[in-house]
Design a protein around this ligand. Sequence first.
Ligand code: GDP
Ligand code: MG
Length: 177
Amino acid sequence: GGDFAQKIDYVFKVVLVGDSAVGKSQLLARFARNEFSLESKATIGVEFQTKTLIIDHKTVKAQIWDTAGQERYRAVTSAYYRGAVGAMLVYDMTKRQSFDHMSRWLEELRAHADKNIIIMLIGNKCDLGTLRAVPTEDAQEFAERENLYFMETSALQATNVESAFMTVLSELYRVIS
Ligand code: GDP
Ligand code: MG
C-alpha cells in the first residue's frame, strides 16, 4: 500500500563478477535474504536483488546484479555493467585459477562500468581454510596495486558478507553525499 511506501534517497547498482562457482549467488543470497544453499543452481536469466538500508538517516537501495551463468570470458554483456557504481570481484580462495582470472575480470569491469566505480575484491569460502590455494598476502598485494578494497568471506558461515557489501555501499554514500 502507498501509505507505507518508502522514500528512496539513493539507488546504487552493484555488480557481482568472477568465475563460475566461486560463490557469487550465495554471497548475494546471504546478504539480501540471509540464506545459503549448498546446491546452488547456475543462475538463469539476468537477475538482481535489492536490499534497502538506512545510512546516515538516508534510505539507500542497493540493486545487486548477479551474472546469468555467463561467466565465460567476455560473455557478460555490457548491459550488465552499465551504470554500475560498485562491484564485488569474487574468487574462490580454494581455486587458484579463479584468483588468476581476477585481472581480466577487472579489465572488463573497468572498460564497461562507471569510471569511479568502487570495487571490493573478495576471497570467498574462507570456511574451507585447510584447502586454501591463495595466500591472503597475494590478494592483498593485488588489491593494493589495483586500488581495491579486500576481504575474505564465507557465504556459508556468513563471515564478512555484510561487512563487504556495507563497506562498498557506505563508501558510495560517502562519495555522493
Ligand atoms: P556462482 O556460480 O559464483 O554464483 O557460485 P554459487 O553461489 O552458485 O556457489 C557455487 C557452489 O559453492 C555452491 O555449491 C555453493 O553452495 C558453494 N559455496 C558458495 N559460497 C560458499 C562458501 O562460502 N563456503 C563453501 N564451503 N561453499 C560455498
Ligand atoms: Mg551464480
